[in-house]
Design a protein around this ligand. Structure first.
Ligand code: ADP
Ligand code: MG
Length: 704
């Protein structure tokens, strides 16, 4: 029998009476299937003990420590006992908030205990756990509560944790042996997975962390496999018999453009263009994600893609997330493509009615081949004569729903999304599961890697002096700040004040300008133009320069309060320099906030780890130049939801798989699923399976 068929009420388990059943029901668990698929959020590894100093703010640790004293503290005006424990690495306290707490009687001074607790620094800087589980260290064998790996279903509800652990264990004992696999046996074998029954067992009660890994891998793979079966079936339905567009294969325009370029295409660019050409030659609209690190030359690939459709007499549109970037693309396109006879236009929300009307008419009449702009390109009053390709630059800046309004602008519109971060790709694969991916792995030749330095706030002058030398040599510099203007609550430098300071005190002989999101578009454009032309030497900005801005003569990127930026953002900012032939530099100036705030009371109590966390995070920028690796590191420091936006935007959530963390499995599952569909297009999903449930919760376009 399959897990999902175990719709047997929990009451059928011995020991689950009305009261417990009610508790479980409150937690959304009514039948055995639900019990078994309520996967642990975490595990408490009681199989080994860790030193106190390695306490973890996020979770319980299991440690062995000696009680060295019973001390006191005041709680609501009354004296209470506080138990002081110690191992070789640290000292910690366990406060007893209740009068006559039994802990004080059980934990004897001088004795050693195994203790599981959630330790954190309290406001006095002491390590403290307010709730613990413990036993005497002398206890061994079967009577020990410790020694295994415990599932954690709730972080803050110990009672429910215990109830669920017991229920799961009973359910497994009763039913696990009869559970059938849903994945084909060949896959279980070839992927070295567990049977479903063993996987479930080990996921709840693993014998070891390695067993847990395989259990998780099994269930993740199952989920992703069926997800990709759906994606594959949908893709097939869309795949009408492919027919070549007869005229499109001469690629005259592309050849012309290539011959006009002052440089050769990189291998990565060429490969991406080939893949796009192959897609555009088919009757099925393309859906492709083009990934390449900052500076890898994605824009040019986009232009080649546009030429492929324009040559067939259709139109192409390129959408950028900011007006600044759209404007820059439009200028580049005008330079490169107008000489080929293309009619290029620029449209944003800021273009007023007088200019807008004729433009829209021209677009509707097919007098424009290539239109570049912001999301205004897809607003309601815009009609295309024959839109064949929509290109989205920096696609992670746009919401998923925008895709729909874009595709609605034509019949069978092809989609090319461009991104420098690996995150959206994963999301794209799950959400728009039918995306193909092209990756540019190489960089245009002659790029010297940007030299990156970390500097503490108090060393700012040394950085400024360095930049002065570069400016004297004719180069230009960016200075980036986390705030536009001064904020009394935050002791941070801001772009506005710093622009004044830099131009009045530090670099009076060099012209500088201020750029941020509140400056109106026309002014922004003028500022960027002056910087591009080299009339302005220093651009003081917020992260608005993060995306896509291209000024090859700029050789210095100074980011102050680098601690306020995510690593991926820092990488994007750094990508603004190193675009020309000159050696470029990036300075990350950071303030050690923690050590300043905490200096008084208990700075000496901070572990080295706590103290150096910020430095460590930024160190990644010194050692890594690969944007993909940086994004991975960013994940480690910031957590998934924060980066992908999945938490907030309520994208499809899967049961156990996490498309980001499980990317490799996702790709593998996809390959297998597609291969299997090739053999047997009628392969269907298990009724009522996890995937079927997921589909009920997911946005409609997934089921389309
Ligand atoms: P990104 O991939 O970050 O969008 P861009 O498309 O802005 O990168 O390209 C960055 C710079 O590299 C541009 O100045 C562009 O002209 C230049 N470039 C693009 N392709 C090549 C190439 N094959 N050889 C040399 N320079 C190139
Ligand atoms: Mg770009």
């Amino acid at each position: 029998m399959f897990v999902r068929e175990l719709n047997i009420p929990v009451r059928s388990i011995k020991g689950i009476g009305e009261r417990k059943a009610l508790k479980l029901c409150e937690a959304g668990i009514i039948d055995i299937a639900a019990v078994l698929t309520r996967f642990p959020k975490d595990y408490e590894d009681r199989s080994r003990s860790v030193p106190l100093i390695d306490y973890n703010k996020q979770r319980n640790i299991c440690t062995v420590a000696q009680v060295i004293a019973h001390s006191t503290f005041r709680f609501k005006g009354e004296l209470r006992t506080k138990i002081v424990i110690e191992d070789e690495t640290a000292r910690a306290v366990i406060p007893c908030f209740f009068k006559g707490d039994y802990l004080a009687k059980k934990l004897v001074v001088g004795d050693e205990y195994r203790i599981s607790g959630h330790f954190e620094r309290n406001k006095y800087g002491e390590l403290q756990s307010t709730r613990i589980d413990f036993e005497e260290a002398s206890i061994t064998g079967a009577s020990s509560k410790f020694g295994g790996i415990l599932p954690v279903y709730y972080y803050s509800d110990n009672e429910r944790n215990k109830l669920l652990r017991g229920t799961v264990l009973s359910a497994l004992t009763l039913y696990a042996n009869n559970i059938e696999d849903e994945l084909p046996q060949e896959i279980i074998k070839s992927e070295a997975l567990f049977s479903k029954s063993r996987a479930l067992y080990a996921l709840h009660f693993p014998q070891s962390m390695t067993e847990l890994e395989t259990a998780r891998k099994t269930l993740v793979f199952e989920e992703l496999f069926f997800l990709e079966i759906i994606v594959g079936r949908r893709r097939r339905r869309g795949a009408a018999p492919a027919q070549e567009y007869s005229a499109s294969t001469t690629r005259t325009l592309q050849k012309k453009l290539e011959s006009r370029l002052p440089f050769a295409l990189t291998n990565g660019q060429r490969k991406a263009i080939d893949e796009i050409n192959a897609d555009i030659g088919c009757a099925v609209p393309m859906a492709r994600l083009l990934q390449g690190d900052v500076g890898s030359g994605k824009t040019l690939v986009a232009f080649f893609a546009a030429l492929a459709v324009i040559e067939t007499g259709a139109q192409a549109a390129l959408m950028a997330p900011t007006e600044l970037l759209a404007r820059q693309h439009a200028e580049t396109a005008a330079n490169l493509l107008e000489p080929l006879g293309l009619r290029v236009a620029f449209l944003t929300g800021n273009i007023k009615q007088t200019g807008r009307k004729p433009l829209l008419t021209a677009l509707k009449n097919g007098e424009i081949d290539f239109i570049i702009g912001t999301h205004a390109l897809f607003s309601r009053d815009v009609t295309y004569k024959k839109l064949a390709l929509a290109i989205i630059d920096e696609q992670h800046r746009f919401g998923v729903t925008q895709r729909e309004s874009i595709l609605a602008k034509g019949n069978g519109v092809s989609l090319l999304m461009m991104s420098a971060t690996p995150i959206p790709r994963t999301l794209a694969m799950t959400i728009f599961g039918d995306m193909d991916v092209s990756v540019i792995h190489d960089m245009p030749p002659g790029r010297k890697p940007v030299i990156t330095h970390l500097a503490r706030g108090e060393n700012e002058m040394r950085v400024y002096e360095f930049v002065r030398d570069e400016l004297n040599a004719g180069r230009q510099a960016y200075f980036v700040y986390p705030l536009i203007e001064q904020n009394d609550e935050l002791a941070l430098k801001d772009a506005e004040s710093m622009q004044k300071r830099l131009s009045n005190e530090i670099f009076p002989q060099f012209s500088s300008e201020l750029l941020h999101s509140r400056i109106n578009e026309e002014e922004k454009r003028a500022i960027m133009r002056r910087f591009r032309l080299g009339e302005t030497k220093i651009l003081v900005a917020t992260s608005v320069v993060e995306v896509g801005v291209d000024v090859p003569n700029a050789s210095c990127m100074v980011i102050e309060h680098a601690e306020r930026f995510g690593l991926s953002a820092l990488h994007q900012l750094r990508g603004r320099v190193g675009r020309g032939t000159h050696q470029s530099y990036c300075f990350l100036i950071y303030a050690q906030k923690e050590s300043i705030e905490l200096a008084g009371t208990y700075a000496e109590l901070l572990t080295n780890e706590e103290r150096s966390r910020e430095g460590k995070r930024l160190m990644v920028m010194l050692n890594e130049t690969d944007g993909f690796a940086i994004a991975e590191e960013d994940l480690k420091f910031r957590g998934y939801g924060e980066i992908t936006g999945t938490e907030q935007s309520g994208f499809m959530r899967l049961g156990i798989a996490d498309p980001l963390r499980d990317l490799a499995a996702l790709e593998r599952a996809r390959k297998l699923a597609f291969a299997i569909l090739d053999e047997d297009p009628s392969l269907s999903l298990p009724q009522n399976s996890v995937i079927a449930r997921v589909l009920q919760r997911s946005p409609p376009f997934l089921t389309a």
